[in-house]
Design a protein around this ligand. Structure first.
Ligand code: ATP
Ligand code: MG
Length: 386
């Protein structure tokens, strides 16, 4: 970063020097003009996208732009910057920059009101002698870039990769264990071989599911800004998914009730994605609802209200154990599971609801989650009717 900005600065200096040599006469007229209109630099300062402040040689604030004042609202023009920004590294950077004329970059850590990491870059303003300028001579420009958002994204990416590799490593380790056993101690044990092969198939299926889920997630994310164009009848989606999942429900000894809306329940959407939403929600109800769970799939039309158009609600309710309140806000995060071992033992990877959330967002819809311990859960998707 630092070297790149130094290189850029050097390049800029040599370009302006060459320009000055080539336009000697023109440059003189620029000088006279800007001295008379001494506020030129303020216009540039105001136009900078990053927070920026200009100091005079005594490190007093000559002017600051709006992003700077949003970052440091207490700073007052005309007073020394050190009154508000007491960071010794920053003032060392200002000193070093004053000496060398090179840009100096330091990282500032603010704890209040919220934790923030900010890169401050101090550069001496070389050039014409502006000491006669009305209101003081601009001497040092400091720009501030908030790195917090960028850090958060990097952390999310790191967590995501760590989680995904961890989820793959578990079945992989167990597959390697089975392979070693089959090559060694169980080499001639036909019964053990049968048993192990079935377990290995299960682990391989788990890895395939994880990779499929990761791919679905990245596909939906990639198309997040493109609103789906299809005309979909949610009654039809609900009937189709319920029929497809009947064998799964039977295996889980679950009861399904299906209640459709009257007429067509038309929404703008992507058929396969909406099928996936309902499949993920129903599978969760079967898996976490416990044996003999009742699962109700319902399509309802909501009347227009509060300036909103008519909408369609597709919900999946179960009378299972429910989810504790503290988990609800994080339920749709990737890999988040209230109980990792309980989910994993049922083949879960914690991506199902993250996929649902992304699909619903792409459809510009709303995802509602209601759940209470001992009473069951309802997950609903609400989309504008067409
Ligand atoms: N209907 C439900 N009843 C109780 N708990 C639920 C229900 N639906 C989801 N959960 C909880 O939410 C967690 C996250 O669900 P999600 O579908 O995102 O992941 P998963 O089911 O663990 O794995 P995957 O869907 O990727 O196979 C689950 O592990 C479970 O603890
Ligand atoms: Mg799930």
């Amino acid at each position: 970063m630092v070297t790149m900005s130094k290189q850029l600065d050097a390049a800029w200096r040599s370009i302006t020097a060459r320009w000055r040599r080539a336009h000697g006469a023109a440059q003189d007229s620029v000088t006279t003009e800007s001295t008379s209109a001494g506020a030129d630099w303020r216009v540039l300062l105001a136009a900078l996208p990053d927070a920026a402040v200009v100091l005079d040689p005594a490190s007093r604030v000559l002017d600051a732009n709006r992003p700077f004042l949003e970052l440091y609202p207490d700073v007052q023009i005309g007073a020394p910057l050190s009154r508000w920004l007491r960071n010794p590294d920053l003032f060392q950077a200002i000193e070093a920059g004053t000496e060398s004329g090179q840009p100096e970059v330091v990282t500032l850590l603010h704890r209040l009101p919220v934790e923030r990491r900010i890169a401050a870059r101090a550069i001496r303003l070389d050039g014409r002698d502006m000491s006669n300028m009305p209101g003081g001579a601009p001497f040092m420009l400091i720009t501030f870039r908030d790195l917090t958002e960028q850090d958060k994204l990097a952390q999310m990416r790191e967590d995501f990769i760590a989680n995904a590799s961890h989820e793959l490593r578990t079945p992989l380790a167990s597959l390697r264990g089975f392979i070693e056993t089959l090559q060694g101690p169980a080499r001639d044990d036909a019964a053990a071989r049968e048993r192990f092969l079935a377990l290995m198939a299960g682990q391989a299926a788990r890895m395939t599911r994880l990779i499929d889920d990761l791919l679905s997630l990245s596909r939906v994310e990639m198309r997040a800004h493109v609103m789906p164009r299809g005309r979909i009848d949610l009654n039809e989606v609900a009937s189709h998914v319920v029929e497809t999942l009947r064998p799964v429900a039977d295996a889980a000894h679950a009861e399904i009730t299906l209640a459709l809306a009257s007429g067509k329940a038309g929404v703008r959407g992507d058929h396969d994605e909406l099928v996936q939403v309902l499949t993920n929600l129903m599978q969760n109800a079967f898996i976490y609802g416990g044996t003999g769970v009742n699962v109700r799939v319902e399509v309802t039309k909501l009347p227009a209200e509060h300036g909103r158009p008519e909408r369609v609600r597709l919900s999946v309710s179960d009378n299972g154990p429910g989810i504790a309140k503290e988990h609800l806000p994080r339920l749709t995060e990737r890999f988040y599971r209230p109980s990792v071992s309980a989910s994993r033992s049922k083949g879960g990877t914690g991506l199902g609801l993250a996929i649902v959330k992304h699909i619903v967002a792409r459809h510009r819809g709303e995802l509602e989650i209601h759940s209470e311990l001992g009473k069951g859960s309802t997950f609903a998707v609400v989309l504008d009717q067409i």
